[in-house]
Design a protein around this ligand. Sequence first.
Ligand SMILES: [Zn+2]
Ligand SMILES: [Zn+2]
Length: 225
Amino acid sequence: MTLPSYAVDFRGFPACPCLAVWIPVYELELQRRALLTGPLHIYQLIGGAPDSAGTHTKGGALDDDRVTEQAIWVARQMGADASWHRRLNWDGQGGMEHAHHVLRGCPHNDPARYQITAVDAGFNGLGHLGHAALDDGPRPLSGRTWREGIAWAKQLQQQEDDLMVFSEWPAAEKKALGQFIQDQVRATLIETDTNGDGIAVPTHFGSIVKDLVVDVNDIKKKIGA
Ligand SMILES: [Zn+2]
Ligand SMILES: [Zn+2]
């Protein structure tokens, strides 16, 4: 098999440029969800494996070993709706168990694109027109392209970064948060000392603290107000 001119090397496998960008983000998303430890185990990217019926010859298709429903769900959310768990003997010829993915919106996936059409129509991508059987899920599909899928995953990964545990925060950010809380408490308590007797009942904190009574003079002393 001759490799297409746009093929790039991805960890020793020939790949189209879309796969080379998509796989590391998919890999990270699987690791983040504890669906994978270490690198993704790739079986085939661009390749001419005879039992793949030519779907891998141009790009945009990936075979790996993450076959759980959760992993297939992540791949579908990330722009590979045409992702399936192919079980042992999936082809009736002893074919090995693997996960097969086709990236939506990859301009290099010509020979595999019928499988995207098939999953969109509710079929499993095998056989004539990919209509051998109904899709085995998980559905609903995302409808995302592989680029939109990367954006979806990166947004989630960024949110996780933002949720860094407090003890690991930089000192300046800890201090800023402490100051913010102090300012909020000060403003709230002084404002709710309505009759000036030095006793504030912060009722607008809601029912959780409705019984909380604070000595404002004590607080004022502590914060030097
Ligand atoms: Zn591509
Ligand atoms: Zn495949």
